[in-house]
Design a protein around this ligand. Structure first.
Ligand SMILES: *[C@@H]1O[C@H](CO)[C@@H](O)[C@H](O)[C@H]1NC(C)=O
Ligand SMILES: CC(=O)N[C@H]1CO[C@H](CO)[C@@H](O)[C@@H]1O
Length: 228
C-alpha cells in the first residue's frame, strides 16, 4: 500500500472503467536483488503509475526499502535466501497465505549458484515453489526472470552457474506452464553489464534498476491485464 489518493491518481483516465478494475496483488519474490533494496521495483511501480495502471497492490512481509521517493514496495525478497533453502524450510506457503497474491514476480537462485547447488536441485525447488503458488491460487500468473549476471572475479564459477541456470529456466518454464497458470520468462541477463549496471558486481545500481524495470514492465502489464 502506498499513501496516494486513488482518485487523484486516476485523473481524467475514465473513472468508471478504472474503478471497475480489480486490484491485482503482485508478490516480488527472491533474495537481495529483489528486496534489499531492490529499487528496480520502485522504478517499475512509477512506470506503471505513469501509464495509468494503478489497480495494483504489491504484497509481501518486507516493507518498502527507501528508494528516494514513496512507492508501493512490499515484497518477499530476502537477502541471502536460496530457492532450495526456501523449499527446505517450507517458507513460501506462509508468505502466500498471508498476502494472497495473484501474480508472482520472481528473480531467485543467485545464492543457490554461489553456494554451488546443482542446477537439477535448483529446478526441482522451482517446481515445488510453483506447486505451492498454485495451491494458494490455481490461476496464479507467474513471471520468472533469468538471473542477472554476476562478476566472475567476485564469485569464482558463479558466472557460468548463472548462465547454466538461465538456460535451464528457459527449458523448464514451458514444461511447467499451463493455460490457467502461465509461466512467462523474462530475460534479464542479455544487455546487463556487471561492470556498469551493478554497485558491487552483483546488485543493480540506478542504471541496472532501470534495465530490470524496463524488462519486467511489459510481462507485468500483461499479467495484470489477464487478472483484472
Ligand atoms: C561492460 O562494460 C564495460 C565498461 O564499459 C566494458 O568494458 C565491457 O566490455 C562490458 N561488458 C559486456 C559484457 O558488455
Ligand atoms: C546468458 C543467457 O542466459 N542468455 C539467455 C538470455 O535469454 C535469452 C532468451 O530468453 C536466451 O536466448 C539467452 O541464451
Amino acid at each position: 500500500m502506498v499513501k496516494l489518493n486513488p482518485l487523484a491518481a486516476l485523473g481524467f483516465l475514465g473513472l468508471a472503467s478504472q474503478a471497475a478494475a480489480v486490484t491485482v496483488k503482485i508478490m516480488p519474490f527472491g533474495a537481495s536483488i529483489v528486496g534489499a533494496p531492490g529499487c528496480w521495483r520502485a522504478v517499475l511501480w512509477k512506470k506503471l503509475q505513469g501509464a495509468g495502471i494503478t489497480n495494483t497492490d504489491f504484497v509481501g512481509s518486507n516493507k518498502a526499502p527507501d528508494c528516494g521517493f514513496p512507492y508501493d514496495g512490499e515484497n518477499e525478497g530476502h537477502a541471502g535466501f536460496q530457492a532450495t533453502g526456501i523449499v527446505t524450510d517450507n517458507q513460501l506457503p506462509g508468505w502466500l497465505n498471508a498476502a494472497k497474491p495473484d501474480v508472482m514476480m520472481i528473480h531467485l537462485g543467485t545464492n543457490d549458484v554461489i553456494q554451488k547447488k546443482s542446477i537439477t536441485d535448483i529446478m526441482r525447488a522451482y517446481s515445488t515453489l510453483v506447486d505451492q503458488m498454485r495451491a494458494s491460487k490455481p490461476s496464479m500468473k507467474i513471471i520468472v526472470s533469468q538471473l542477472i549476471p554476476i562478476d566472475p572475479s567476485k564469485f569464482a564459477g558463479a558466472q557460468q552457474g548463472i548462465i547454466d541456470l538461465n538456460k535451464a529456466i528457459v527449458q523448464w518454464a514451458p514444461t511447467k506452464s499451463t493455460k490457467e497458470s502461465s509461466i512467462v520468462v523474462v530475460d534479464n541477463f542479455t544487455g546487463f553489464n556487471v561492470t556498469t549496471d551493478t554497485v558491487d558486481g552483483e546488485h543493480p545500481n540506478d542504471k541496472g534498476n532501470q534495465k530490470l524495470a524496463d524488462k519486467f514492465y511489459q510481462p507485468l502489464v500483461d499479467a495484470i491485464r489477464s487478472v483484472s
